[in-house]
Design a protein around this ligand. Structure first.
Ligand code: ATP
Length: 304
């Protein structure tokens, strides 16, 4: 569906996207995971044909977004990072008007708007002004609107940023539905749980480059241990305590507020901590996540 080779975008001295290669297969949910400024939105905009690339090649559904922007846009759905709904229009009208931009007929749009409102669970809000919707509802409407031309690929830039946990879960549920129906999803996020939930396969991006690629489970297996023991001693003590933890896990990371001990068995590691006479204020054993993968590969957290 999408092939990028040596894809590059520079702004003066800034290498926003610094020569990346990736492929997106039909029907998969593909993710770009990385912190703010990693180059995710820039990549999405080049795929969507709204931003010219500086170098490399890009193939979207057999088209070049650089020279065939309108044809690419006709076959894509785009959900930008910031909702750009028409706040003055009513909910249903937003879908219909957007469809008119694509030159879709009124009769097609009448039926399509009903179908999309049902999909977005917004039937009861059809006649409300957009300005009166909650953040989660606005996002669902933006997604519904992006589906008006029945795109084969839907691009979602940070789909749940700014939403509360419940609204995120409702939105994820809609995206699972969409995936089930065969739509290819390309998602950018800086939330590791979102990437783990939504993406079959992802690339981890940092400073315009891809630092790892695989399924969430593969990445965790390759770059982390099965479990992580999180210990809090108080930030002033971390530097000395971490020396006393030498050898407890396979390796340790010191963050401002906690020490992470990477180990196949967190409970056993915790017993070893106690045996060494160390008494954390709090301790927690959890499974490794994509956050741990990112930290391992870049030495930094996803959200700083
Ligand atoms: N129009 C622009 N002019 C100059 N620099 C830009 C421009 N747009 C983006 N950049 C820079 O390019 C880099 C990548 O930005 P981009 O928005 O793609 O990152 P991102 O991973 O999507 O992060 P975020 O989620 O914060 O948008 C950043 O360093 C950013 O400051």
């Amino acid at each position: 569906m999408i092939t990028a080779r040596g894809l590059r975008k520079t702004y003066g001295e800034v290498h926003a996207v610094d020569g990346i290669d990736f492929e997106v297969e039909a029907g998969e949910s593909f993710g770009l995971l990385g912190p703010n400024g990693a180059g995710k939105s820039t990549t999405m905009r080049m795929i969507g044909g709204t931003l010219d690339r500086t170098g490399g090649t890009l193939d979207v559904l057999g088209l070049d977004p650089g020279t065939q922007g309108p044809a690419v846009r006709a076959n894509l759905g785009v959900v930008p990072q910031q909702d750009n709904l028409d706040e003055e229009l009513r909910v249903r009208e937003n879908i219909v008007m957007y469809g008119r931009y694509f030159g879709l007929s009124r009769s097609y749009l009448a039926a399509k708007a009903d179908e999309l409102l049902a999909f977005a669970q917004l039937e009861a809000k059809a006649r409300d002004k957009v300005v009166n919707l909650s953040g989660g509802m606005k996002r669902r409407l933006t997604i519904a609107r992006g589906l008006v031309n029945e795109p084969r690929i839907l691009l979602l830039d940070e789909p749940t940023t700014g939403l509360d946990p419940q609204a995120r879960h409702v939105l994820w549920d809609r995206l699972f539905r969409l995936k089930e129906s065969g739509t290819t999803l390309v998602v950018t996020t800086h939330f590791m749980d979102e990437a783990e939930q939504l993406c079959d396969r992802l690339v981890v991006v940092d400073q315009g480059r891809i630092v790892a690629e695989g399924s969430p489970a593969q990445l965790i297996r390759q770059h982390s241990t099965r479990e992580v023991l999180e210990l809090r001693f108080g930030s002033a003590r971390n530097a000395t305590v971490v020396q006393q933890l030498e050898g407890v896990g396979e390796r340790n990371e010191v963050l401002p507020d906690r020490i992470l001990v990477y180990t196949p068995d967190g409970e056993a590691a915790l017993e070893e901590v106690a045996a060494r006479g160390l008494h954390p204020v709090t301790s927690l054993v959890r499974r490794s996540s994509l956050e741990d993968v990112f930290l391992r590969l870049t030495g930094r957290s996803l959200v700083e």
